[in-house]
Design a protein around this ligand. Sequence first.
Ligand code: ADP
Ligand code: MG
Length: 432
Amino acid sequence: MDKITLEALETALMASPDNTILRSQVAQGWYSFGEYEKAKEHFTVLIQKDGDMEAKVYLAKCYYQLDNCAPGIVICEELLEQARIEEVLKLYIQLLIKDGQTGEAVERYQEFQEDMDWYDEELERQLKIPIQIDDFLRDDEDDDNVFFEKTDLNFSGVGGMENVKEEIRIKIIQPLVNPELFKAFGKTAGGGILMYGPPGCGKTYIAKATAGEIHSKFLSVGLEDVLDMYIGNSEKRLHEKFEIARRNNPCVLFFDEVDAVGSKRSDLRQSGGRNLINQFLKELDGVDAQNDGVLILGATNSPWHMDSAFLRPGRFDRIIFVPPPDEASRKVILELHLQDKPTIDIDTGKLAQKIADFSGADIKLLIDITAEENLRKSMKAGKIEPIVTKDLLQQVKNVRPSTKDWFNTARNYALYSNSSGLYDEILKYLNL
Ligand SMILES: Nc1ncnc2c1ncn2[C@@H]1O[C@H](COP(=O)(O)OP(=O)(O)O)[C@@H](O)[C@H]1O
Ligand SMILES: [Mg+2]
């Protein structure tokens, strides 16, 4: 659903305020747009009308999103008295954690676990890493906060990409969580991971999810954030970004489209470009400052534009190819993005077969245009028309797989300028 449609629905609702189906749609619409205040109002009305259980769960979620935990906790406690639904259990624990009641959260979680043999991987992780919660509170009043993006996304919201998740876990999450162990073996965190691959395949998405995974801050830096026309200023700005991340560790410091910062020296027309690259390398190496607790990730769609200095060992110490999702991953991505939409019996397995070249972004687009179509049908019919497999299959031809062009370019680089072996993964992927 797009915002214009949503606003139209809201207007329609004013004319018939008793239409609960419509109100529920509007409420969920605002929720999905992150407009939690507006969503909250509508869910509250729905609950007053008929004590709708689903609306109560949503209302508690709104409170969670609005950082107003106490009323959310009360709602969950009420709901849990009626029935112990896993979704509510989880939300309840997360509200407690967010509210700073970590001890209580642990206790209640263990209680539920024993009572009903319930286990949640994500909660386990959240409850086992106390350092993050402390740091989270400590930095609360910091002025730096304006630079950070909020994220609720974590690895469970990212489909496939198992090897990328694994690398991130081993190379950068583990050293942060078990610093003593790593010190004992003479290893320190740092170095970072550089991801490359076709657009829309989850590089930016997983960087954000990494921050959500460990409840750290997330600082995303693009070229436009650092480039400055005055000589020397760009380097200063870049240095500042690293310093903010260092002050606020643990922090995921993400360089999106890093190829722009690290373009081949010969490509840079301004003489200042070289200095910027050198500064970047210095910061990455932690020459003048420690990068402890700073998880550095970079992503690029065009690694061939990157200066080879970035690709040497010790800079980014892992360079990973992020391919388009395989069939199993496409199925998971479909499920993830369909989960908050009205659907009936979607055959995601069959669909996953039909969209062989789709990136994650293409899959999301497919779902979005299908959802819009079904919304239109619903408005005509005056009732919700859930998405079925056929609806999605019909739209497949309207989405052009966006990874093909990229592979045409990549193939050339992989075949003709692969002296460092950087593109071996691409050759393997293309069976060349
Ligand atoms: N593995 C994935 N799981 C779930 N959603 C995905 C995945 N990959 C891509 N997407 C969807 O596609 C969008 C674009 O992906 P993004 O991470 O920005 O791609 P890029 O690799 O170009 O950085 C994401 O915001 C997300 O909605
Ligand atoms: Mg990106």
